[in-house]
Design a protein. Structure first.
Length: 200
């Protein structure tokens, strides 16, 4: 049991710690201190559900259905291009991620819907979380313990990211810092979208 748990923990940590669209979104929300804890909690729950779905059968279904993967790829690329364009516009204007005078705080509902979109419209979530982590988990002697380990990794990582970035926010409050972060988010979104389009 513990071996399966540790396997899930290490595999998930290795994948989710790579800077991706979901991490960039949580980082941005945390630096804004804009509903960052609910966003982190949502990411943890989504990751746990997706890993469980992959371990208990969805990975096999996706691997056998290229149409579903194609829909996820092209829909995700369109969303990432749109979100990256918004971040690039902020980086090139006086509006930034920061809590400046021009920054309008969004409602919890709006932020959570954006977090859901970044999580569920990103094909890498299905390729990494469902297919890769899920298919590895299906081979474990204790699949349930593996899912618990992967969920623990997600909880540790997103909690650390949300709390750590929010703690650093006062030291990163210069407008130039926020513009650089917006630019980083835009580059990340565009690069992932390009990978998806070129793979198609």
């Amino acid at each position: 049991m513990w071996q399966s748990y540790v396997n899930g923990l290490l595999v998930a940590l290795g994948l989710i710690m790579a800077i991706g669209t979901q991490n960039a979104f949580v980082l941005a929300q945390s630096l804004r201190r804009e509903h960052h804890l609910p966003v982190a909690a949502l990411c943890v729950v989504c990751d746990a559900l997706l890993v469980a779905a992959g371990v208990f059968g969805l990975a096999t279904v996706l691997a056998q259905n290229p149409l579903l993967l194609a829909i996820a790829r092209w829909g995700g690329a369109a969303f990432l291009l749109w979100y990256g364009t918004l971040a690039l516009r902020r980086a090139c204007s006086k509006q930034s991620l920061g809590q400046g005078e021009n920054h309008k705080v969004r409602s919890l509902r709006a932020v959570m819907l954006s977090a859901l979109a970044v999580t569920l419209l990103n094909p890498h979530v299905y390729l990494d979380t469902v297919l890769l982590i899920g298919s590895l988990g299906a081979q474990q002697t204790e699949p349930g313990a593996y899912v618990a380990g992967a969920a623990s990794a997600s909880l540790l990582w997103f909690s650390a990211l949300a709390l750590g970035a929010a703690w650093l926010a006062p030291w990163l409050a210069r407008p130039a810092t926020w513009r650089w972060l917006d630019l980083l988010v835009a580059v990340m979104m565009f690069s992932v979208a390009y990978q998806l389009i070129s793979a198609g």
